[in-house]
Design a protein around this ligand. Structure first.
Ligand code: SF4
Ligand code: SF4
Length: 142
């Protein structure tokens, strides 16, 4: 079984189309949506894990791209620079896997690297750039 973790960005004009459903129907792929923010008339964003036969995964991704979806593979390692994190919590609202969360007792923002899927959503919202992307050669995807 071949797996890919992806970030999909849908331009506003196609957010009302059931494109992801076609991955299952037309390409026999399984998918697990980790995060989705899609509103009619605005850009949509989805973090998705898909699995299936490699050839069908590749054809499914070609199909999405042909419809105008920006498809980005997740292949980086994400780290937090604890020296500069100001514990603002902004990243926890974005994290689809709860790799970043607020500890109920201490109220500190915790980061659990083993739960991180590398979607980079936390990187964009961190005001002090404490979430860092490291390129991981052993995770390069084609
Ligand atoms: S990259 Fe950031 S937002 Fe995405 S799963 Fe990892 S910690 Fe969560
Ligand atoms: S957004 Fe950045 S500064 Fe705020 S808690 Fe997350 S890592 Fe720390």
């Amino acid at each position: 079984m071949y797996k890919r973790m992806l970030v999909l960005r849908f331009p506003p004009e196609i957010t009302d189309q059931p494109l992801v459903c076609s991955l299952s129907r037309e390409y026999d792929l399984c998918f697990n949506i980790l995060k989705a923010t899609i509103f009619p008339g605005q850009e949509g964003l989805m973090v998705l894990e898909i699995s299936g036969y490699k050839k069908q995964v590749q054809e499914g991704l070609r199909y999405l791209r042909s419809k105008g979806v920006a498809v980005k593979s997740i292949a980086q390692e994400i780290r937090r620079n604890n020296d500069i994190c100001i514990q603002c919590g902004a990243c926890t609202a974005m994290c689809p896997t709860k790799a970043l969360y607020i500890d109920d007792e201490s109220r500190e923002v915790r980061f659990v690297p083993s739960e991180c899927k590398g979607c980079e959503l936390c990187v964009a919202v961190c005001p002090v750039r404490a979430m860092e992307i490291r390129f991981a050669k052993d995770k390069v995807l084609v």
